[in-house]
Design a protein around this ligand. Structure first.
Ligand SMILES: C[S@@+](CC[C@H](N)C(=O)[O-])C[C@H]1O[C@@H](n2cnc3c(N)ncnc32)[C@H](O)[C@@H]1O
Length: 278
């Protein structure tokens, strides 16, 4: 029997090359979130830092540069394709202190009390059992170890992605997944519940902060390509559509993003919840 986690992993593997292609755009747009996370974990020489659900690895690479002379960052992801993308990039950058590993965040193959810091950007809310992942974070972190993570906040403040889902709704396409259900993009978007969940995993000092992100796209074509090739669920959905349906979707989306035209491109808001915990 095919497990749901295998389906999710395969969907992420499918988009790994697209994440490599879009790496610079994504990092330029979202770097401030990565910097916030790495600042909170505050890597020091000698530390072992894990980038959990690290995808193409940029957040981990930032942490690796802060370690300077000793210590290491383990960039992990449950999708082997993503880990391969991160490995290639770490080698291109000559980052000798980056290890890469296939690892499921909800069942970490890591010793207890072995890690000084964990960063996890936009991974936790995608896990159907985020409490299990947080429990694993607590287990592998040393006493005093730091966790910094981010998840997407209020959908009303994230039109950069909700405009696409709403367009599909209006066209009568069933949602690929309930965005508020377990593993959905907005499943951890309530700051109070998020804070309680992190505390329930055994973290005592837990702070949640909002951060805004401006998503600037050069053109509608850029926006369309990004939306349909980077999101694992959207990309899988579009691959299954007839070409006439793809065209219908594209035209409707183009009309719905008209209010977001700014200068010669598009500007759509995003808001993420950043959590630091120890
Ligand atoms: C939205 S991407 C974020 C990637 C990266 N952290 C970043 O900020 O660019 C989510 C990543 O989570 C990974 N992922 C989802 N569920 C996971 C799990 N249970 N364990 C480990 N990785 C997981 C996916 O493979 C994907 O690479």
């Amino acid at each position: 029997m095919v497990e749901e986690s295998d389906v999710r992993r395969a969907a992420w593997d499918q988009v790994a090359d697209a994440w490599a292609r879009n790496r610079d755009f994504m990092w330029d747009t979202t770097r401030q979130v990565g910097e916030w996370l790495v600042d909170r974990v505050d890597p020091k020489p000698g530390d072992v830092i894990v980038d959990l659900a690290g995808g193409p690895g940029e957040n981990g690479f930032l942490a690796a540069r802060r370690l300077k002379t000793s210590g290491k960052v383990i960039v992990t992801d449950f999708a082997p394709g993503m880990v391969a993308v991160a490995r290639r990039r770490a080698d291109e950058l000559g980052l000798g202190n980056v290890e890469t590993r296939v690892l499921d965040a909800t069942e970490m193959d890591l010793e207890g009390d072995s890690v000084d810091g964990i960063i996890c950007r936009w991974g936790l809310m995608l896990m159907p059992d985020p409490g299990a992942a947080l429990g694993e974070c607590r287990r592998v972190l040393k006493d005093g170890g730091r966790l910094a993570l981010s998840v997407w906040g209020d959908p009303e403040r994230n039109p950069w992605v909700t405009v696409t889902g709403r367009t599909l709704d209006r066209l009568g396409f069933p949602p690929a997944r309930d965005p508020f259900g377990p593993g959905g993009m907005f499943s951890l978007s309530d700051p109070g519940s998020l804070q309680s969940m992190v505390k329930a995993a055994g973290f005592t000092e837990v702070e949640v902060e909002e951060m805004e992100i401006d998503w600037r796209f050069d053109s509608f074509d850029h926006f369309w390509t990004y939306q349909t090739e980077v999101s694992s669920s959207m990309s899988a959905f579009v691959r299954e559509l007839e070409s006439s349906e793809v065209e219908r979707f594209r035209l409707a989306l183009e009309a719905n993003v008209k209010p977001f035209h700014k200068d010669s491109g598009l500007l759509l808001a995003g808001m993420t919840l950043n959590v630091s915990a120890s």
